[in-house]
Design a protein around this ligand. Structure first.
Ligand code: B4P
Length: 194
């Protein structure tokens, strides 16, 4: 069992790198952003609640997000490990994840924190907004609100994992392949996973 968290601000490359990491390490990918967008697409009650919150650059409630994670765990009892992308985003979510992992006797191996300047984040997200149908990538004010939510509510989660000695900072600017190499080097150095 091998479990990783990909951590970082919006646009730092979590989703992009998660796709490559799951292929290399055969992990189950849990992206709360993707799960929420699927609920919106299916017009479920949860999706209807999340839609305007996300379009405004705010975080969806801890209760909703923790419930989605718990369901994903139950749906994948034979997973070789999980990669969490965009979760946890608050201390309450991090504590809930610790509790769920303990109950299942799983261990969190590493938290990889992608470090990217705000200027680059805004550039990447506006760029994605030109081609994707994501409402939260279309408007610079919303993008800056998401980055503010990150500093206010999510950044403290890095300290939570630093105290547990599980945090690795990764330079998140450069080519996608170079960043992937930095991530795999950190994983293999810190966890002896080959
Ligand atoms: P997410 O879906 O998690 O999206 P994100 O943080 O905006 O993007 P991500 O970081 O994965 O994007 P990537 O860099 O890969 O969250 C969306 C919303 O959902 C949140 O605002 C919140 O409302 C809600 N939500 C999700 N999880 C939640 C939770 N746990 N609790 C509460 N609310 C939650 O990609 C960005 C762009 O950069 C792409 O176009 C990509 O191609 C490009 N890019 C990537 N790497 C690059 C590189 N090296 N160089 C140049 N461009 C690059």
């Amino acid at each position: 069992m091998f479990n990783l968290i990909l951590f970082g601000p919006p646009g730092s490359g979590k989703g992009t790198q998660a796709e490559k990491l799951i292929e290399k390490y055969k992990l189950v990918h849990i992206s709360t952003g993707n799960l929420l967008r699927a609920e919106i697409e299916a017009k479920t009650p949860l999706g209807l609640e999340a839609k305007s919150i996300m379009a405004n650059g705010k975080l969806v409630s801890d209760e909703i997000v923790i419930g989605m994670i718990s369901k994903k765990f139950d749906e994948n009892p034979h997973a070789g490990g999980f990669i969490f992308d965009g979760f946890p985003r608050t201390i309450a979510q991090a504590e809930a994840l610790d509790k769920m992992m303990q109950e299942k006797k799983y261990r969190l191996n590493r938290v990889l924190s992608m470090e990217v300047s705000e200027q680059e984040l805004v550039k990447r997200l506006l760029n994605r907004g030109k081609t994707s149908d994501r409402a939260d990538d279309k408007n610079e004010d919303v993008i800056r609100k998401r980055i503010k939510e990150y500093w206010d509510k999510t950044f403290p989660v890095a300290g939570y994992y630093e105290q547990q000695n599980k945090l690795s900072g990764i330079e998140g600017e450069g080519s996608i392949d170079d960043i992937f190499n930095r991530l795999t080097t950190a994983i293999e150095l810190q966890t002896n996973k080959v």
